[in-house]
Design a protein around this ligand. Sequence first.
Ligand code: FAD
Length: 317
Amino acid sequence: MKVTDHFESNQGKTLVSFEVLPPLKGGSIDSIFNCLDPLMEFKPPFIDVTYHREEFVYNKRPSGYYEKTAIRKRPGTVGICASIMHRYGVDAIPHLICGGFSIEETENALIDLKFLGIDNVLALRGDARHFEDKFVPEENGHKYAVDLVKQIENMNKGFYLDESIENGSKSDFCIGVAGYPEKHFESPNLDLDLLYTKKKVEAGAEYIVTQMFFDNKKYFDFVEACRNAGITVPIVPGLKPLTRKYQLNSIPRRFFIDMPDALASEVFKAKSKEEVIDIGVEWCIAQSKELKKAGVPCLHYYTMGDVDTTKRIVSAL
Ligand code: FAD
């Protein structure tokens, strides 16, 4: 079922959904099930599975030289989606990125998803690889998420890259895209970022999932700015609790978002790991309750494999 149909059929009630990461290569899919089994009592209508592009690593050789190798640390997105649908009977949403894919590879990936009965795709650009200072698209790959959205929309209309295909079977993907309440870090300002977000919607995206934020005002302001810019699709808030003291620095550095002063000073004063978790969980519960009261379509939790805190938060709603 499409994400947008889930929103419609729930008649304004706030849903809860989760996002999981594929295990590190060599790991077992049991880590996904161990994370999701305890969360299924909350009846998530859909579960997102992230996609991880290959990265470069430098391995030291006996000669002392370093050898550059490309590895994919977390493969398995599509297989995990199929397993989730099979085990729980809920929709699984694969994240599909531009990075590392030529347009032909993207088309073949979409065909796999269509044959698996996957109805939704979150279309993203992806980040620059480590040791690259900017995002570099694959040769004959997409540069921006909007181009990926256009390709998916083309397949939804039955158009394939091979123009000799006539009456191509149409896919019917519901396309989601990313949105950034505190703007995407490469964008010079929020207005320009919104302009490009609007282009993704005009190209066919039917809903937006936001980057995590710790200050609800950023989300509410973002939604208002989107509406003023003519973006009318549902905007799903993405949430993650802070659970470690070092995240006061690592989250802003990695995700280019602000940490509210009140949260930062409380966590800073905490005397134990447990106290940090309690503060982070309570903060996320307060955020979730306020968002729910405001009538958001869905609360989307970035679990990052942390089932205990996710469960504590959702249980409190
Ligand atoms: P785009 O929408 O393409 O935007 C990228 C930048 O380019 C922005 O600054 C935008 O303003 C600008 N821009 C867009 N179009 C144009 C244009 N035509 N001309 C000039 N500038 C333009 N990454 C992963 O690798 N795997 C995942 O599974 C994953 N999941 C995510 C889920 C969510 C909910 C979010 C918010 C992010 C996720 N990411 C993931 C991270 C994402 O790939 C990065 O944030 C990436 O840097 C941008 O992706 P995007 O789809 O927003 O890109």
